[in-house]
Design a protein around this ligand. Structure first.
Ligand SMILES: NC(=O)c1ccc[n+]([C@@H]2O[C@H](COP(=O)([O-])OP(=O)(O)OC[C@H]3O[C@@H](n4cnc5c(N)ncnc54)[C@H](O)[C@@H]3O)[C@@H](O)[C@H]2O)c1
Length: 352
């Protein structure tokens, strides 16, 4: 006769959002609704920027890529994301970027959510880009060039339609198979798509230029002559020391907007400039304390690297979203001895 093991108490369980549940959640809500709501959470957290503990992310670099930890906290919650960036992965059948993250209670240190964050990172990066463009891009923008048609591409497009009204996409990638993949997905979503043979062709007539390429080196995806007056540049792919996408001359002609200067000066496009080159912090623009777009001929640049508060907002959003739903599994993750000091005694529960 086998004896029944006692089940852990409710304290042991942490809600876990798997990749499967994240996909179901996106399909259930609709990507554009989710991206819009997520952008609202990110904006709300940017508007209370001084309340957060902030530090540049902790990066472990290797010849193949980078693995990073991205922590932040407010008075109520602590959050961190584990994320990698390995540009050669895609050719070996792996994702360039994978991630997972945790949101915890500051009051007792217990995790309140564990989530996949590969899909969620693509969503939060896109939601942040489009939110920022709402402050910086020309108001009447409908056409966006997208250079780099990999994993992030379609998420960016969906967010820019939902939040900024982009309807026409001009796609370019050095690998035509990537452009074919993105065009197929985006035409199915109702976009007007133009496949372009070069970056120069892609930027023709675009009011917004998104660069989301992956290469572990200084690259020149945009040269100075490709950027006309009045354009907004959403530069996603330059996010590591030695990994940039724009020619430095473009930076000198642009008004540059960043998430957290202490991190962007290490990782962003502005690593190519003097360490005191003027930049504007986006949280100040969102609070009305700094100017966004001032005039139609201005070139605005979002030098995006991805900051921990965006992941915190994403975890906070998902935590609120999945509560009272079936889009998570309870994970037996925390020890729950009957007497908090008798951790050793708890081991007897598992004696067969
Ligand atoms: N800023 C952020 O918050 C943030 C968040 C996520 C990812 N990223 C970065 O965004 C980039 C794209 O990520 P992904 O997951 O889409 O990668 P991916 O590997 O899936 O796609 C990258 C695409 O860029 C193309 N490419 C490479 N060099 C190019 C060039 N010179 N011209 C045109 N296309 C080129 C590749 O062929 C590939 O299709 C990566 O560098 C990643 O680190 C940034």
């Amino acid at each position: 006769m086998t004896t029944q093991r006692p089940l852990p108490s409710a304290l042991a369980y942490v809600p876990f959002v798997s990749v499967d549940n994240m996909m179901r959640l996106v399909n259930h809500l609709g990507a554009e609704t989710l991206l819009t709501e997520l952008a609202d959470y990110i904006e709300a957290d940017f508007k209370r920027w001084p309340e957060f503990d902030k530090t540049p992310r902790i990066a472990s670099h290797s010849a193949d890529g980078v693995i990073e930890l991205m922590p932040t906290a407010d008075r109520e919650n602590y959050g961190f994301k584990y994320v990698n960036g390995h540009p050669a992965n895609m050719k070996r059948g792996f994702q360039t970027v994978t991630a997972f993250g945790v949101l915890s209670s500051v009051a007792n240190g217990y995790p309140v959510l564990l989530s996949e964050m590969t899909v969620l990172t693509a969503l939060r990066t896109a939601a942040t880009s489009a939110l920022v463009a709402r402050y910086l891009a020309p108001r009447d923008a409908t056409v966006m060039a997208m250079i780099g048609n990999g994993a992030q591409c379609e998420f960016q497009a969906m967010a820019f339609r939902a939040i900024c009204g982009i309807t026409d996409l001009r796609l370019y990638d050095i690998d035509p198979a990537a452009t074919d993949k993105a065009a197929r997905n985006l035409e199915a979503e109702g976009f007007a798509v133009t496949r372009c043979a070069s970056g120069e062709e892609a930027v023709q007539g675009a009011q917004i230029i998104t660069t989301c390429t992956a290469d572990k080196q200084y690259a020149t995806i945009l040269t100075d002559n490709m950027v006309g007056a009045g354009v907004h540049i959403n530069a996603i792919g330059g996010d590591c020391p030695g990994k940039t996408e724009l020619h430095a001359d473009i930076l000198r002609r642009s008004d540059i907007f960043v998430e957290y200067p202490e991190q962007t000066r290490i990782e962003g496009e502005i690593q190519q400039l003097d360490p005191d080159h003027p930049v504007t912090e986006l949280w100040q623009v969102m609070r009305g304390e700094a100017e966004g777009r001032r005039e139609p001929r201005q070139i605005t640049l979002f030098d995006s690297v991805g900051f921990a508060i965006e992941d915190f907002s994403a975890l906070r959003y998902v935590s609120d979203l999945v509560r009272d739903t079936a889009f998570f599994e309870p994970l037996d993750m925390l020890a729950d001895p009957d007497d908090p000091r008798d951790l050793f005694g708890m081991l007897r529960r598992a004696v067969d």
